[in-house]
Unconditional design. Structure first.
Length: 109
């Protein structure tokens, strides 16, 4: 992400974090909002992108407070200087995942 520009990033907010130290079992852990680290990295490198958030969580924790996923694009766009164009609540085997993502992609394209 720091070496090239992307037209669109589909960002899963539940990314694991990893460190270079330690054995494989101790190097990473689940972080329900690990996608925020990607947003921070983009901002710190003065990069701007169009982003669609996807997550299985209806709320995300941001600044110590719960933020509804529907409100996240506006808040995260402003905080991290990005163009978060929408969010998708992922539900296992649900056709709504495809429908919502397709609608966002059509708006983008």
């Amino acid at each position: 992400m720091s070496e090239r520009d992307y037209d669109l990033i589909i960002l899963d907010m539940a990314l694991p974090t990893f460190t270079a130290e330690g054995d494989a079992a101790g190097r990473g852990y689940d972080q329900a909002q690990g996608g925020v680290e990607v947003l921070r990295a983009l901002k710190s490198r003065n990069l701007r992108a169009k982003i669609i958030i996807i997550t299985q969580y209806p709320d995300i924790t941001f600044g110590g407070k719960r933020l509804k996923l529907t409100e996240a694009p506006k808040v995260l766009s402003r905080r991290y200087n990005q163009d978060v164009v929408g969010s998708v609540l992922y539900k296992y085997r649900s056709p709504s995942n495809h429908t919502k993502l397709t609608a966002l992609l059509k708006k983008f394209l």
